[in-house]
Design a protein around this ligand. Structure first.
Ligand code: NAD
Length: 434
C-alpha cells in the first residue's frame, strides 16, 4: 500500500493547484493522471485553442495590414505549421508542470475507488487521509441519429488538416471560439445554435454584437435551430422557427457542452452524484468524509480558473469564489463578470446601465480596434458594480478591473476617482463610470 498525505486524482488546473499548494505546505503528494499532465485546459482546451487563436489573429492582422500602411502580400495558412507551434506550446507548458510537481509522486493510470480511503491504479493501492477528485469533464454529444458522424473539440484539435467547410453544432464558448479560428483559416463555417442568440450565458447585447460582427465578416450563424440528425455525407438537419432546414459540410463539430468525468467506484463508496456531477458543499467536500471534488467534475462552473480557485480554497487559501470573470476568445473577444442585464431585470434589481464605445477611445482608434463596446451595470442605490460586459479587443483584460472592484466591494466611484493611463483601453471602463 502506497501512503501519502494527500491524493489528487486528475492533473488539470484544479488538481495542479491542489498538488502544488500541498507541496508548498510540506505534505507528501500523490498525483494520479491517466493522460498528460495539465488536463483538458493544457492539452485539449484553453492552451492549444489559444495558440491557434493567435495564428488566426496573425492572419487577420496581415489581411488588414494595408490600413496601417504596411504592404504584405496575402496571408496563407500553413496549417501543419500552426499545429506544430500549438503542439510545441503545449509541450513546453507540460514540462513546466512536471517541473513544478517534481516532488510529488506522479502515477500514470486510471484511478478507481476501492474504499473511502483507498484508490487503485494499475493494480496498486494508494491511500491518504485526504483525497481530492479533480477529474474534469469530457465533450457531450446530442442523442440524435448520426451523432457519431460529428467530431468533438478533442478530435478537431488533433486533426492534421483543415476541412473546406464545417458545420458547428452549438454556438456556446467552444463553438464560437472554433468558428472564429476556422473562418480565419479560410474554412466555410456555419454555426447552428439552439438558443435565440449565440453565447447564451453572456449579456444579450454583447452576444448580439459578436453575432453582427461575425455575420458581417461572412460567417453563417443560424439561431433558434434545433439539430435533429446528421446523415451520411455530413448533412446536418435542423428545425428553426418550425421549419426544417439542412446544411452540408465536409466536417461537423459537436460543441453542445461538456459532462463531468466521475472516477470509477465513486458511487459504490457512497459519493453522491447528481445528474452526472459530484455533489459538494461550500468547502467542496463530497458526501464521504476526507474526499473533495473540485473543477468541472462538480459542474458548479466549468472554467479552468474556477477549478484552480476551488483547488486553492480546498488547500486553505482565502479565495473570493463569488466573482468569476468569463471570456470567449472570439474575434472580437467577449468577456463578462457579474450579472447580465437580463439577470438584473429578472431579479427586479434597481440598476443603471452605461455603455462606452471603443471608437471613442484614443488607443482603440490608434491600434485600429474600433469595433467594440463595454457595458457597465451598477446598482442604482449602492453604486456597487453588478456586472461588466465587453465585446472588443482585450475584453478579458478590461473586465478584470471591474472584477477587482466587485471582489473588493468597491463602489463604481472607486474606478471614477482612479487615474487611468492615457492612451489606454482601460479608459473605456473609466468612461463608462462618468
Ligand atoms: P456551452 O454550454 O457553453 O455551449 C453549448 C451550446 O450548445 C449552447 O449554446 C447550447 O444552447 C447549444 N446547443 C445545445 N443543444 C443544441 C442543439 N440540439 N442544437 C444546436 N445547439 C445546441 O458548452 P461548450 O461551448 O461546449 O463549452 C463547454 C464548457 O467549457 C462550458 O462550461 C464553457 O464555459 C467551458 N469553456 C470555457 C472556455 C473559456 O473560458 N474561454 C472555452 C471553452 C470552453
Amino acid at each position: 500500500m502506497h501512503k501519502s498525505d494527500i491524493i489528487v486524482i486528475g492533473c488539470g488546473p484544479g488538481g495542479m493547484e491542489v498538488a502544488s499548494r500541498a507541496l508548498q505546505q510540506g505534505l507528501t503528494v500523490t498525483v494520479i493522471e491517466r493522460g498528460h499532465l495539465g488536463g483538458t485546459c493544457l492539452n485539449r482546451g484553453c492552451i492549444p485553442t489559444k495558440a491557434l487563436c493567435r495564428s488566426a489573429e496573425v492572419i487577420r492582422m496581415i489581411a488588414g495590414s494595408a490600413e496601417f500602411g504596411v504592404d504584405v502580400s496575402s496571408a496563407v495558412i500553413d496549417y501543419s505549421k500552426a499545429v506544430e507551434r500549438k503542439d510545441s506550446v503545449v509541450a513546453t507548458l507540460r514540462e513546466n508542470v512536471a517541473m513544478m510537481l517534481s516532488k510529488a509522486e506522479i502515477v500514470t493510470g486510471e484511478a478507481r475507488f476501492i474504499s473511502p480511503e483507498v484508490v487503485e491504479v494499475n493494480g496498486e493501492s494508494y491511500t491518504a487521509p485526504r483525497i481530492v477528485i479533480a477529474t474534469g469533464s469530457s465533450p457531450a454529444s446530442l442523442d440524435i441519429p448520426g451523432a457519431s458522424l460529428a467530431i468533438d473539440s478533442d478530435a478537431l484539435l488533433s486533426a492534421g488538416k483543415l476541412p473546406a467547410s464545417m458545420v458547428i453544432i452549438g454556438g456556446g464558448v467552444i463553438g464560437m471560439e472554433f468558428a472564429c479560428i476556422l473562418s480565419a483559416f479560410g474554412v466555410d463555417v456555419t454555426v447552428l445554435e439552439y438558443c435565440k442568440e449565440i453565447l447564451p450565458n453572456f449579456d444579450r447585447d454583447i452576444a448580439k454584437r459578436l453575432h453582427t460582427s461575425l455575420s458581417r465578416g461572412g460567417m453563417k450563424i443560424i439561431t433558434g435551430a434545433q439539430v435533429t440528425a446528421i446523415s451520411e455525407g455530413k448533412r446536418v438537419e435542423y428545425t428553426a422557427k418550425g421549419k426544417p432546414g439542412s446544411v452540408d459540410a465536409e466536417e461537423v463539430l459537436m460543441a453542445v457542452g461538456r459532462r463531468p468525468v466521475v472516477p470509477d467506484g465513486a458511487g459504490q463508496i457512497g459519493i453522491e452524484v447528481n445528474r452526472g456531477a459530484i455533489v459538494v458543499d461550500d468547502d467542496f467536500a463530497t458526501s464521504v468524509p476526507g474526499i473533495y471534488a473540485i473543477g468541472d467534475v462538480n459542474a458548479r462552473m466549468m472554467l479552468a480558473h474556477v477549478a484552480s480557485a476551488q483547488g486553492a480554497s480546498v488547500m486553505g487559501d482565502r479565495v473570493n469564489l463569488g466573482v468569476v470573470p468569463a471570456v470567449a476568445f472570439t474575434a472580437p473577444e467577449c468577456a463578462m463578470v457579474g450579472l447580465t442585464e437580463e439577470q438584473c431585470k429578472e431579479s427586479g434589481l434597481n440598476y443603471k446601465v452605461t455603455k462606452s464605445l471603443y471608437r471613442a477611445n484614443g488607443k482603440a482608434q490608434s491600434i485600429g480596434e474600433t469595433d467594440g463596446m463595454l457595458k457597465l451595470i451598477v446598482d442604482g442605490d449602492s453604486h456597487m458594480i453588478l456586472g461588466c460586459h465587453v465585446c472588443g479587443a482585450h475584453a478579458a483584460d478590461l473586465v478584470q478591473e471591474a472584477a477587482l472592484a466587485m471582489a473588493s466591494s468597491l463602489s463604481v466611484e472607486a474606478i471614477t476617482s482612479t487615474i487611468h493611463a492615457h492612451p489606454s483601453l482601460s479608459e473605456i471602463l473609466h468612461s463608462a463610470t462618468l
